[in-house]
Ligand binder design. Structure first.
Ligand code: PMP
Length: 400
């Protein structure tokens, strides 16, 4: 039945991890996958996550029963609070329905499925560039994918005018996928003033915002700051979807812990939309995994653990920031051609270095430094042991 099936190229990012693991070069460096690494380059279990795990495992009457289709309540309620804010009007007015889903990807997909069934436009716009999977996730639900301008490669910053123009030119009522903070792959977010203008423009064209929040806490180290755009749109009376991931900010990558939030301007419509989305979820995964949700729910509902988590977010984002400065300073000191300030100006886990495709290939093949084809590096992969090797290698490749 499948003789004529076509070959697909390997996923560009996941393939980097495979190549990295198979490489036995001593000084190899993994700057590909967007996962936090500690100062020794190792995956890290947040201490607050270990504490929550202990509580979960030792909870009297613990079992492995199914979660309800909507998910683990303690988790979805806490997730909504950190997204929309402690004293959020839309939450207090019952306008948000929160459904547990399979991390950020599953939440985007579930939202896509819901919109494909109940929203009246099949046009969806994603940023150029964006996380590669946005293309596949939304085309799987029958959306016509367009791209809005985002990155100015010359200025190595946001192409704000282009972004506004794209909003104006898109067919009225299109879905706009917006990175809530710490844009992947560019590490460049609109300023607060720019978000206000974007909200005006999106409202004028009656577009539907679908926020993707995979890095809350990573942009500025502060959960409230990083939720600025989502809260701005919510306070302006927008109806919207929000896909929220706890992969990066709690280090729960493989536990697939996430949530989809549906905000409408009518309490009863919210409830009905939520129930329809649960039906979509039931048809795809039936119920979600409970372990990650129990851990995250425990952290979000305990004031003590919640405070500790917020400190840890500062620590993780602080280490990434330190590495940005370390890399920029070394390249400047070495006299590497070009301006490297964008490395410290960009935020979040990634830096869009501007290293060309041919130079990326040399770094991967000759220097065993694994980074994405588009020049994106995961700054979290840098540490005091490999920073000199990476800076010197970039310098050699670019100078020759
Ligand atoms: N959105 C963006 C922009 C991302 O970068 C990622 C992770 N790379 C995700 C969503 C989804 O991640 P996950 O499914 O692991 O939560």
């Amino acid at each position: 039945a499948f003789e004529s099936i076509s070959e697909i190229p390997p996923d560009p990012i996941l393939n980097l991890s495979t190549l990295y693991k198979a490489d036995d070069f001593e000084k190899k460096v993994d700057l590909g996958v967007g996962a936090y690494r500690d100062g020794e380059g190792k995956p890290w279990i947040l201490p607050v996550v270990s504490k929550a795990e202990n509580i979960v495992i030792n909870r009297p009457g613990r079992n492995h029963e199914y979660l309800p289709v909507g998910g683990f309540k303690e988790f979805t309620t806490g997730a909504a609070r950190i997204a929309f804010g402690e004293d959020s009007e839309v939450l207090n007015n019952g306008l948000v329905y929160s459904i547990q889903s399979i991390s950020g990807t599953g939440s985007l997909s579930l939202g896509g499925m819901f919109l494909s069934r109940f929203y009246n436009s099949k046009n969806i716009f994603i940023s150029k560039p964006t996380w590669v999977n946005h293309h596949d996730v939304f085309s799987a639900h029958g959306f016509e994918i367009g791209q809005y301008a985002y990155w100015d490669p010359i200025k190595k910053s946001l192409d704000f005018d282009g972004f506004v123009k794209s909003i104006r030119e898109a067919p009225e009522g299109s879905v706009f996928v917006l990175h809530a903070c710490a844009h992947n792959p560019t590490g460049v977010d609109p300023s607060k003033e720019q978000w206000a203008i974007l909200a005006d423009e999106i409202a004028k064209k009656k577009h539907f915002p679908f926020f993707d929040m995979a890095y809350q806490g990573y942009a500025t180290g502060d959960l409230d700051n990083d939720a600025y755009a989502v809260r701005l749109f919510a306070s302006r009376g927008f109806e919207l979807l929000l896909a929220q991931s706890f992969a990066k900010n709690m280090g729960l990558y493989g536990e697939r812990t996430g949530c989809l939030h549906i905000l409408t301007n009518n309490k009863d419509a919210t409830r009905r939309a939520g129930k329809q989305t649960e039906k979509c979820s039931r048809a795809t995964v039936s119920t979600c995994p409970r372990y990650g949700a129990e851990i995250a729910g425990t952290i979000l509902s305990s004031p003590e653990l919640f405070d500790e988590w917020k400190q840890t977010l500062k620590q993780m984002s602080g280490r990434v920031l330190e590495m940005r400065h370390a890399l920029r300073d070394r390249l400047v000191k070495l006299g590497t051609p070009g301006n490297w300030d964008h490395i410290v100006n960009q935020i979040g886990m990634f830096s869009f270095t501007g290293i060309s495709y041919p130079n990326v290939q040399i770094l991967v093949k000759k220097y065993h430094i694994y980074l994405a084809d588009n020049g994106r590096i995961s700054v979290a992969g840098l540490n005091h042991n490999n920073i000199d090797y990476v800076a010197n290698s970039i310098h050699e490749v670019i100078s020759t």
